[in-house]
Design a protein around this ligand. Structure first.
Ligand SMILES: Nc1ncnc2c1ncn2[C@@H]1O[C@H](COP(=O)(O)OP(=O)(O)OP(=O)(O)O)[C@@H](O)[C@H]1O
Ligand SMILES: [Mg+2]
Length: 320
């Protein structure tokens, strides 16, 4: 969390909500020539650019699994904020929380106490997604299939079930087929492991999005992840592709972050988004208000970055 502190005390402004008179920008010696004023102007420009954007909607539902078996790299943060960003730009978006920690359910403000019917009942029991899905207070076009603590036992319970790798896919296909409106994007938030829950997510999706934290050891474990995805593609889901890599918790002031970003781009030039998600206090605060950063502080740099990343994903379209 060292660079988080740096972000707190550093010069980067978080919010660009119309600077009030007599704020720092006005009090500085030369208004538009300080790093702060330049950064504010840059964020204001980026905000206007994303707000003016019309995003294309996909012709068929894009199902995107957000996975990385490393813990704490930004999977959940990326899932909920991309989902909220796309919902805000006019898409119908479903988030499936497949992590017993239930962090995506928390961030989207949906009920997920132990007794709530949830993704556990869909995967291990016979519930349909339609019975457990909840609308997020974040947006009228954003829904969430919550996860409860019961999901923690699912890895073991799944072992003895028929078609144990296909259970989420079967449920999702049935749900999408019976809806009377289109869902444009489904994001599946995975736990930090490569067990049966993550395998269910890989089988249900056509695309994988890998968040990579701009930190030391970032690339460790990546070859194992790609190897597993390759195995799923070969044996269980020939349509699966790693479509997107997103660099998260980027702090431009550290050489290390820049090195990691360069290295990832070198290895995955086609998949890596141009947008980097900065390390941002606003992003880390939002979940404690049961909100995405898009709802919590829509004009912060973190929010704008997720809106930009969502724009890239929408414009690139699904992989062929
Ligand atoms: N860009 C960011 N800036 C600051 N903090 C962030 C950022 N992205 C994520 N965080 C914080 O880092 C922590 C880990 O993020 P997150 O929960 O999204 O990772 P994860 O990969 O889903 O973790 P897990 O493997 O436990 O599921 C959280 O406390 C989150 O709020
Ligand atoms: Mg998570």
């Amino acid at each position: 969390m060292d660079s988080d502190d740096a972000a707190l005390s550093g010069p980067a402004p978080e919010s660009v909500a119309a600077p009030a008179p007599n704020t720092v920008a006005e009090n500085t010696v030369s208004d538009d020539d300080t790093p702060l004023a330049r950064e504010l102007a840059e964020i204001t420009r980026r905000r206007a650019a994303v707000e003016g954007q019309q995003l294309p909607l996909p012709e068929r539902t894009r199902v995107i699994t957000v996975a990385n078996q490393k813990g704490g790299v930004g999977k959940t943060t990326t899932t909920v904020n991309l989902a909220a960003a796309l919902a805000r730009r006019g898409a119908n978006v479903l988030v499936i929380d497949l992590d017993p920690q239930g962090n995506a359910s928390t961030a989207l403000g949906v009920e997920h106490r132990a007794e709530t019917t949830s993704v556990y009942d869909v995967i291990v029991g016979d519930a349909e997604i339609a019975e457990v899905v909840q609308r997020s207070p974040d947006s009228d076009t954003l829904w969430c299939v919550p996860a409860t603590i019961h999901l923690a036992g699912a890895e073991i319970e799944l072992v003895s079930l028929v078609a144990r790798e296909q259970r989420l896919r079967t449920a999702l296909d049935a749900y999408l087929a019976q809806l009377d409106h289109d869902i444009h994007y489904v994001f599946i938030d995975c736990p930090p492991s490569l067990g049966l829950l993550t395998i269910n997510a890989f089988v249900a999706a056509r695309e994988v999005l890998i968040p990579i934290q701009c930190e030391y050891y970032a690339l460790e474990g990546l070859s194992q992840l790609l190897g597993n995805i390759g195995l799923i593609e070969k044996h269980l889901n020939p349509d699966l592709r790693v479509s997107t890599i997103l660099l998260t918790m980027y702090d431009s002031r550290t050489n290390l972050a820049n090195q990691v970003a360069d290295e990832v781009r070198e290895h995955f030039p086609a998949e890596t988004l141009a947008t980097l998600i900065p390390r941002s206090v606003r992003i880390s605060e939002a979940p404690s208000y049961q909100q995405t950063v898009i709802a919590y502080d829509g004009s912060s740099a973190g929010s704008i970055s997720y809106l930009e990343a969502a724009g890239e994903i929408a414009r690139r379209g699904a992989p062929a």
